[in-house]
Structure formats: C-alpha cells, structure tokens
Design a protein. Structure first.
Length: 173
C-alpha cells in the first residue's frame, strides 16, 4: 500500500488575481488574457490563477466585446470569456483585486467586507510606475484604437504585476 511520506506537504494554494472593470466585457477580460499569457510564459501555471469581473451586472453572461476580442487575437492572445459581476464574497478567494480605473477601485473598496479585503485592492497601473497615468481609459464608446491603447497599457503593467506576484510567492512560507 502506498503511503504519503511525512516529508511530503500539500502544495500551497495558488495566488489568485482578479481584474475588475465596469461591465467585464472590455478592459478586465483584456487584462485577464494578457496576464494569463504572462503567467504561462513564466511557467507559473498552477501557482497563479487569473480571472476577471465587472463592478456592475449589465453584461453578465455575455462574451467579451468583439473589438476587445479582435485586438487580443491580433496580438496573439487567447480569450474564452463570459462576463460576471464581482461580489463581496469573492474577496475571500482572491489575493489581489485590480481595478482598471479609479472608479473601480473606489467601488471595490466600498464593498470590501473587511480591512484585510480592502488591502487586496489596487489600481492596475500602479504596477507601471513609469507611466504618467493612473487609469486604463474605457474604450467601449470609441473605435479599435482605444482598445489598442488599452492593450498597450495593460501589457506595460503586466510586467510589473508579474514581478510583484512572484515576490509574493517567494515570500510565502
């Protein structure tokens, strides 16, 4: 009979990152796709889990905006997405909750059940300190160019975010 050796320990839980925008059809699914690709490229599948949601329920059950999907596909990213709404109970299962603009951060802080949950909320572009911006602007009411600009900002922040999450993983016992 096989027995687990006492020196074997269960694997630690993955570090969970959630990107949040308003409707979960443009910016947050784009950020999810980009960061998931960075995680895979870094060989950290299984150690980092990535998802996204919206602050509002307007688009629950819908696919990503076709313009977001087209821009992602055009840059080699994959996205299989169905819009969801972030709810306060999700904080318990996430290590980091990233708003794509200041309005998202304010909304997330308002619904955070505890101070510990509020500490999980950050602005995505805070991981790109060289940028002179705080918000990834909403491309929804514009054309493809706005989606391209959003993707550029997300890709820039993804590098700093990946390093920050690696540091967190290294610091875990």
């Amino acid at each position: 009979m096989d027995r687990m050796r006492t020196s074997e320990r269960p694997l630690p839980a993955p570090f969970r990152v959630c990107f949040v925008c308003t409707g979960n059809i443009c910016r947050s699914p784009m950020a999810e796709a980009v960061f998931r690709a960075r995680v895979a490229e870094a060989g950290l599948d299984g150690e980092i889990e990535v998802d996204s949601a919206g602050t509002d329920g307007w688009h629950i059950g819908e696919a990503a905006d076709p313009r977001a999907d087209a821009v992602l596909t055009g840059h080699g990213y994959e996205l299989a997405h169905t819009a969801r709404q972030f709810t306060p109970d999700w904080f318990a299962e996430r290590d980091l909750v990233l708003g794509l603009d200041g309005g998202h951060v304010r909304r997330l802080l308002k619904i955070a059940p505890t101070p510990v949950d509020a500490e999980k909320v950050r602005l995505l572009l805070s991981f790109a300190p060289d940028l002179d911006l705080t918000d990834v602007e909403d491309p929804y009411y514009g054309g493809t160019r706005g989606f391209e600009e959003a993707l550029d900002l997300i890709e820039t922040a993804a590098e700093g975010l990946l390093q920050a999450v690696r540091d967190e993983l290294t610091a875990r016992p």
